[in-house]
Design a protein around this ligand. Sequence first.
Ligand SMILES: O=C(O)c1ccccc1N[C@@H]1O[C@H](COP(=O)(O)O)[C@@H](O)[C@H]1O
Length: 215
Amino acid sequence: MQVKICGITRAEQGQAIARMGATALGFICVARSPRYITAEAIRAIVPHLPEAVERVGVFVNATPAELVQWVKVSGLTAVQLHGDESPQTCRDLREALPGIKLIKAFRVKHPNVLAQTDAYTAWVDALLLDAYHPTQQGGTGQTLDWETLQSFRPAVPWFLAGGLTPANVREAIALTHPDGIDLSSGVEQAPGIKDLQKVEHLFAQLQTIMPTPLP
Ligand SMILES: O=C(O)c1ccccc1N[C@@H]1O[C@H](COP(=O)(O)O)[C@@H](O)[C@H]1O
């Protein structure tokens, strides 16, 4: 099970969370987010992290040229496309960002969004499903209707996101069987500041359902 913890802004927190067993750390590269971090600040954090941990930049409708520049400056190993990026944009990014993993995120307003994901799987490494919110693009703490995801089995691995917490993560996994989970506001004390006790509680919960969830 992949475990991505998103909204990292501090090196010591990223390091501690990686040590607890996160397989990926997310950095919010969206200027209007309260969890925003610059490319230069990510670059300063990266040397403190284990090499094996994926460093995921989260973007909303950034252009390919902007993404190339962010990756070059920051040391990201993956980008999460959390806006309305088209399959063609993902295809272009595949070429523009060789060696960088692409994760296409969908904010699921209605279950029919799931059918749209098929058009992306040839161009991305993973999908991510997040909850829909009318005014915010992510980090909302809203959950999806997990019942509607029970038979979601795309051709690439997928992450469940949206309002996951140490208290609900076991039920969410049991109902949806994702390849990975992604948590942000459910393990933070304030936007951009993680609550390490909550993260520890999360991994303790995961340990009860997967004896060896950690890398
Ligand atoms: O966290 C943000 O501020 C954010 C801003 C813009 C796009 C995505 C953002 N976060 C992503 O939201 C999901 C779920 O967050 P939560 O667990 O419900 O708080 C996660 O994938 C973040 O990467």
